[in-house]
Design a protein around this ligand. Structure first.
Ligand code: FES
Length: 135
């Protein structure tokens, strides 16, 4: 009888502990690797404007510099991971969190960001815009 009750108690404790341990130490799930996304149509963006695009699970910033020039970057600031935005008046990329500034090549102009933004390649395929990870 003691053996039966002890086994039941142990089983109950383990059934409570197992989900807690899985929550505290989840199995490693690799982030789906995205190498290329469709970013919309050329006509949707006027020169000197930008839009956010989902690049996998992360945001990307697509900028139409002028009629023919395009740029795309990871929209995650290299300082503390805030989302950056295009500053139309300054023609620069701005992080509002700590006033970080990047130029249109993704290089740091001023503020605390320690390194450039990750740049993506922009391919214009007919009317479609495709952003791709650089090899
Ligand atoms: S998080 Fe962008 S400047 Fe600090």
């Amino acid at each position: 009888m003691n053996w039966l009750l002890g086994g039941g108690f142990t089983g109950s404790v383990l059934s409570f502990l197992y989900p807690v341990l899985r929550f505290v130490n989840p199995p490693a799930v690799p982030e789906a690797s995205v190498n290329e996304v469709n970013a919309g149509k050329v006509a949707e963006l006027k020169p000197n404007s930008a839009k956010m695009v989902k690049f996998g699970a992360r945001p990307a910033l697509l900028i139409r510099v002028n009629e023919t020039e395009w740029r795309a970057f990871s929209a995650i600031c290299t300082h503390l991971n805030c989302t950056v935005q295009f500053h139309e008046a300054k023609h620069q990329i701005w992080c509002a969190c700590h006033n970080g500034l990047y130029d249109l090549n993704g290089q740091v102009v001023s503020g605390p960001p320690p390194k450039p933004l990750e740049e993506f390649a922009v391919h214009i395929r007919g009317e479609e815009i495709v952003i791709a990870r650089r090899a």
